[in-house]
Design a protein around this ligand. Sequence first.
Ligand code: UD1
Ligand code: CA
Length: 459
Amino acid sequence: MNTRNTIILAAGKGTRMKSKLYKVLHQVCGKAMVDHVLTQVEKTQMDQIVTVVGYGADDVKATLGDRTAYALQAKQMGTGHAVLQAEPLLKDEAGTTLIVSGDTPLFTAQTFEDLFAYHEAKHAAATVLTSVAPDPTGYGRIVRNNIGIVEKIVEQKDASSEEQEIHEINTGVYVFDNQKLFAALHQTSNDNAQGEYYLTDVIEILKQQGDIVAAYQMADFDESMGVNDRVALANATKIMRNRINRQHMRDGVTLIDPDTTYIDAGVKIGSDTIIEGGVVLKGSTVIGEDCYIGAHSEIRNSTLADHVTVTSSLLEDSTMASGSDIGPNSHLRPESHIGPKVHLGNFVEVKKATIGEGTKVGHLTYVGNAKLGKHINVGCGVIFVNYDGQHKHETVVGDDAFIGSNSNLIAPLNVADHSFVAAGSTITDDLKQYDMAIARQRQTNKPNYYQKLPYRGED
Ligand code: UD1
Ligand code: CA
């Protein structure tokens, strides 16, 4: 049976990134480059996918999990040597093998399909995917003969000055007849400028033994971009961001200024939501329909239902139910769960708290380690005092309670439903239903005292 297989090369260190993080794990729009590659490969029907790992093998495996098989390249001796490490897993397969690098995050499944189709139509033993680079520096060059047939691929460092003028580059993506690939790989040598076993040499070897070698030139160079340093990483991110933003707009999301809107690959957004400029949406964030995300908001790994309004605020690992709003300048720290129609106003910080339907926390308030019921009014400047210096404690506030402005609720504390805390109180004892608690010094007025003071006001 003819099978379709893929080898993803991801063992390199990525010296040019100058990073502690292994190259293929650098993220483009919130997702590791190698994960982008695998995601597109998965959209193409494959019988087996093998990822070659080496540097950072455990981290790469942790990122990709069991979506792929793995081959270990213990020592990095070049791309040809890397592919050989997959030989034990794939050598018996009759069929076609796609090879792609873990550092080319922009390829789409459609391009892989087009490459397969071209390869099959040409009855080739190998087809290399090429593109025309405005600046080909660093890429392998496609050397064609005088009638346009591919002869070989020459690496930048091995290229003559004449070959360096060639703008058609090797994208690092190929399809091979599986068995011919491994047979040819055994014939490669490391007699070149980098002392490595080059996968690219297989093209010339197959050609010389009389096999058909084809080159499929794709139209869009951007899609083929390889990321070797941080400049390319930023360029790739820009292209990916543009792609993501256009998709959301096509799906019915209004982006006021897509050039300054930063949406990670994993984010989902419902239709008729409006997103202003300078907004950052990260990780696994999900936003419902008809939401409004005001300028300069950042939302990380949070879930917003429909009709939620966020104004210039930071949300982390939290949820907001339908019709709720927050901001400006407020902060949901992790594990905050905001109920329907809740209003969180200016300068409100919430951490590890649930807030029930219709409750209002309008201004300058810290809510930490708390459970708030429904329809509570929390005044201005309330502090949920949750930390005694060693431990965090919880405050529970029941439905329809009223917390007056400038109160401190010292946890652990239970404020029953339908109870009332007077403004300016520091509350240490529980309230029962219908209680009013007032905990502040009584006011003293001293008649005519003004005249005894040195202060004379504005004369
Ligand atoms: C490679 C190609 C070059 C092409 C370019 C496209 C070779 C010799 N050169 O160059 O023709 O234009 O990609 O982006 O193939 N890797 C391993 N083990 C190794 C070496 C590399 O797994 O021993 C992996 C890397 O992790 C990387 C990929 O192979 O994902 C490509 O290696 P890299 O060093 O980036 O090759 P380039 O110099 O970019
Ligand atoms: Ca590369």
